[in-house]
Design a protein around this ligand. Structure first.
Ligand code: C2E
Ligand code: MG
Ligand code: MG
Ligand code: MG
Length: 281
């Protein structure tokens, strides 16, 4: 496939391209074996209710540690899993692992919910609903404790998306729009979609105390969401100033490094605000 002739510049370009292609192939090959080799894990990031200052749930975020490649970030391998279709198997592993963990916590007396991210191919896969339904059944998890995070880009095909979301709602799970404000989709879907939460993308939170523009965007999202009966979660909250600003504008919930990074189970269980979710009976 490589050009055998041509000037050095072309060859240089080809070499660079080949290196990228090679890396990608390596990720793809290793990804195929990752589930069998038990290389994935889920980390959980606490989500806090800002009125009560309490953890209400956690977001499950996948981690991959491979012998050859080391730690590969989901931003890098999820798109490859998408393109190759491996996301279907990986996605099922994520749901199953998250629901088992949720049940374990419930049995130990912790009252909280779990948010699980899904990607576009998963969303439009016909087996999505039966898959989630059977995992809920197997793990005996109550659907109201499960939230599914989708992104605006998945809502382009409004009619199909509405049908899928309605089927999900019939299962009893909650729906959250992740990275809200970064997509290019029209806002009109908000009134017809059966959704529960909007997550303000971290790019609007970052400079919320310094940029009037970002503050306006955040407050406008909050006003609109509340008028539509939706709750709002702020992502990527890192400073006290950002938190105060969000509280002032009545943001419902928040997550970010200010409270905690995404943590493996054992570490999360040491986090004070997580321990407080334990209900004494
Ligand atoms: P996301 O769902 O929007 O997740 C939020 C990302 O922001 C996470 O990155 C999280 O670690 C990071 N984050 C949380 N708090 C802060 C903060 O205060 N500051 C900063 N700078 N970052 C913060 P992560 O885990 O690398 O995931 C990146 C993206 O990869 C996710 O974005 C999601 O789109 C995707 N992803 C992660 N796990 C899964 C998964 O299990 N399934 C699917 N389909 N996608 C996933
Ligand atoms: Mg998310
Ligand atoms: Mg997000
Ligand atoms: Mg994101």
């Amino acid at each position: 496939q490589a050009k055998k002739e041509g000037r050095n510049t072309y060859q240089f370009y080809d070499v660079k391209l080949d290196k990228k292609t090679f890396e990608r192939l390596e990720i793809e090959n290793e990804l195929r074996k990752a589930i069998d080799r038990d290389e994935f894990s889920l980390h959980y990031q606490p989500i806090l209710n800002l009125c009560k200052n309490q953890v209400t749930g956690v977001e499950a975020l996948i981690r991959w540690n491979n012998e050859k490649l080391g730690t590969v970030s989901p931003a890098q391998f999820i798109p490859i899993a998408e393109e190759t279709g491996m996301i279907i198997t990986i996605g099922e592993w994520i749901f199953s692992t998250a629901c088992k963990q949720l049940k374990k916590w419930e049995n130990e007396g912790f009252a909280l919910s779990i948010s699980v991210n899904i990607s576009i191919r998963q969303f439009y896969q016909p087996n999505l609903i039966p898959m989630i339904e059977s995992i809920l059944k197997e793990t005996n998890v109550s659907p109201e404790y499960l939230t599914i995070e989708i992104t605006e880009s998945m809502t382009m095909d409004v009619e199909t998306a509405t049908n899928i979301l309605q089927d999900l709602k019939e299962l009893g799970v909650n729906i959250s729009i992740d990275d809200f404000g970064t997509g290019y989709s029209s806002l009109s879907y908000l009134k017809s979609f059966p959704i529960d939460y909007l997550k303000i993308d971290q790019s609007f939170i970052r400079d919320i105390t310094k940029s009037k523009g970002d503050e306006s965007i955040a407050t406008t999202i909050l006003l609109m969401a509340h008028n539509l009966g939706l709750k709002v979660i702020a992502e990527g909250v890192e400073t006290k100033g950002q938190l105060e600003m969000l509280k002032k504008h009545r943001c419902d919930e928040a997550q970010g490094y200010l409270f905690s990074k995404p943590l493996p189970v054992e570490e999360l269980e040491q986090f004070d605000k997580f321990k407080e979710t334990k209900t004494t009976t």
